[in-house]
Write a protein that binds this ligand. Structure first.
Ligand code: PMP
Length: 404
C-alpha cells in the first residue's frame, strides 16, 4: 500500500497552483512528473562531475564515465537484458525506432513485408513507411476491433515467410490497451520475423523482462517513467545489434579511422556516436531506482484503483463515451462528450487546474477508425488520487454545462 502523501511530496511540481487552482496532472501519458531525486541527480552531475565520458584519463572524466555506465547497468538489470552492451542510450522512443528502421534499410528487399499494428503512435508508423519507401518493402496493418484490441486471428493470417519484421506497442498511448505481446513475439518468430516492441507507455506501469519476452528490440523513453526528457533506451539482442549497421557516424563509435577505411567500435558504442546526454542518462538510472523503490506492485495497485474509480465516475456524465474498452488496459481513459469538441472541454478544465491531453494523441489512424477528430485523455500515474478524479469530474460537468 502506498503512502500517497509521502509519494506526492517527492514531486515538487505537484504542490503547485495552475491558473490559481491546485494542479491536477492527468497528462502522464505525454510525460510524467519528476521526483526530487531525479532533479538532484541532474544538478549533482553538473555541480560535481561534469566531464566528457569514455575519453579522458582525468578523474572527472572517469567519475562521469563510471556513473553513466553504472546507470546502463541499472537499466540492464531492470529490463533483465542478458548483457549491458545490449542496452543503448538514445534520446527517446522515436530515436530508438529510427535507429532500427535505418538498420533494416540494408536488410529488407522489395516485396518483403513489415507488419505494423493499427494501434500505433505516429513514431511507430512513419519510420516504417519511410523504410518501406526506401526498400520497396510492403507495410501491412494488423487491424483492431471496436474495443481497441488488436485482432489476433488477423495477425496470424498476415504472418508469412515474407514477414521480416513486426512492430507493435506494448501499451497503446491513445487507448491504454495492453497488447498480447508475448503471443505476438512467439508468432513472429515462428515465421522467422524479428519483432520490435514500443514500450513507451508500458515502462511507467510495469517492468519488462526482455529475456522472458524474447523480443528482438524493446524501446522506451526516459521521460515517461519519471526520468528526464531527451533520454531513452533501445534494447536489442546482441546478434541483431551486431548485424545492423550503425545509423550515425562520428566520434565514440569507431575503432579506427583513416581516409581509406573506418572500422566500428564494439557494442554499445557502435550505436552511440557523439557526446550523449550524460546527465540525463545518469538521472534515468536514478528514475529507475526510484520507481523500483516505490515498487511496481504498488504502482499497479494504485493505478488499477484510479482506473476503476475514474471510469465509474466519468460514466456518470450524460453523453460521455469511453474509447478503448479492452479487458486488459492501463490507467488511461480516452473519452468524448456527445456534441462537444474535446478541445473545448480541455481548454475549460485547464482553467480549473486540470491538465489532460486533447486531440489525436499522435495516433490519427485510431481516431479515423472511430470516426472522431480526437478524444480527451486522462492518464493517471501512481501519484494521482481519487480526490483529483473528483475534481476532474466536477470540472468536466461544469464545462459540459457551459458548452451545451
Ligand atoms: N510510442 C508511444 C506509444 C508513445 O506514447 C510515445 C510518446 N507519446 C512515443 C512512441 C514517442 O515517444 P518520444 O516522443 O518520447 O520519442
Amino acid at each position: 500500500m502506498l503512502d500517497i502523501n509521502k509519494i506526492r511530496a517527492d514531486f515538487p511540481i505537484l504542490s503547485q497552483k495552475v491558473n490559481g487552482k491546485p494542479l491536477v496532472y492527468f497528462d502522464n501519458g505525454a510525460t510524467t512528473q519528476k521526483p526530487q531525486v531525479v532533479i538532484d541527480a541532474i544538478s549533482k552531475y553538473y555541480q560535481e562531475i561534469n566531464a566528457n565520458i569514455h575519453r579522458g584519463v582525468h578523474t572527472l572524466s572517469q567519475l562521469a564515465t563510471d556513473a553513466y555506465e553504472e546507470s546502463r547497468g541499472k537499466i540492464q538489470k531492470h529490463i533483465n537484458a542478458k548483457f549491458a552492451h545490449e542496452v543503448l542510450f538514445t534520446s527517446g522512443t522515436t530515436h530508438g525506432i529510427n535507429a532500427v528502421t535505418n538498420g533494416f534499410a540494408s536488410i529488407l528487399k522489395a516485396g518483403d513485408e513489415i507488419l505494423v499494428s493499427a494501434l500505433e503512435h505516429h513514431s511507430n508508423i512513419v519510420p516504417w513507411q519511410m523504410l518501406a519507401e526506401k526498400t520497396g518493402a510492403i507495410l501491412r496493418v494488423i487491424p483492431m476491433n471496436e474495443d481497441g484490441e488488436l485482432i489476433m486471428a488477423e495477425y496470424d493470417k498476415l504472418l508469412s515467410d515474407k514477414t521480416k519484421i513486426v512492430t507493435v506497442n506494448h501499451i497503446s498511448n491513445a487507448l491504454g490497451t495492453i497488447n498480447p505481446i508475448k503471443y505476438m513475439i512467439d508468432k513472429a518468430h515462428e515465421v522467422g520475423a524479428a519483432i520490435l516492441i514500443d514500450g513507451a507507455q508500458a515502462v511507467p506501469h510495469m517492468k519488462p523482462d526482455v529475456q522472458e519476452l524474447d523480443c528482438d528490440f524493446y524501446v522506451f523513453s526516459g521521460h515517461k517513467l519519471c526520468g528526464p526528457t531527451g533520454t531513452g533506451i533501445l534494447y536489442g539482442k546482441e546478434a541483431w545489434l551486431n548485424k545492423l549497421p550503425p545509423y550515425q557516424g562520428g566520434g565514440e563509435m569507431i575503432k579506427e579511422v583513416s581516409f581509406e577505411k573506418t572500422t566500428y567500435a564494439e557494442l554499445p558504442h557502435k550505436f552511440e556516436a557523439g557526446t550523449p546526454n550524460i546527465a540525463g542518462g545518469i538521472a534515468l538510472g536514478t528514475a529507475v531506482d526510484y520507481m523500483n523503490e516505490v515498487g511496481f506492485d504498488n504502482i499497479q495497485q494504485q493505478e488499477k484503483e484510479l482506473l476503476e474509480y475514474g471510469t465509474q465516475r466519468l460514466l456518470e456524465i450524460e453523453g460521455l463515451k469511453i474509447f478503448g474498452t479492452a479487458a486488459a488496459k492501463t490507467s488511461v481513459i480516452s473519452f468524448n462528450i456527445e456534441g462537444i469538441h474535446p478541445y473545448d472541454i480541455g481548454t475549460i478544465i485547464d482553467k480549473l487546474g486540470i491538465a489532460v491531453r486533447t486531440g489525436h494523441h499522435c495516433a490519427q489512424p485510431i481516431m479515423t477508425f472511430f470516426n472522431i477528430p480526437g478524444t480527451i485523455r486522462a492518464s493517471f500515474a501512481f501519484y494521482n488520487t481519487k480526490e483529483e478524479i473528483d475534481l476532474m469530474v466536477a470540472a468536466v460537468k461544469r464545462a459540459q454545462l457551459m458548452l451545451s
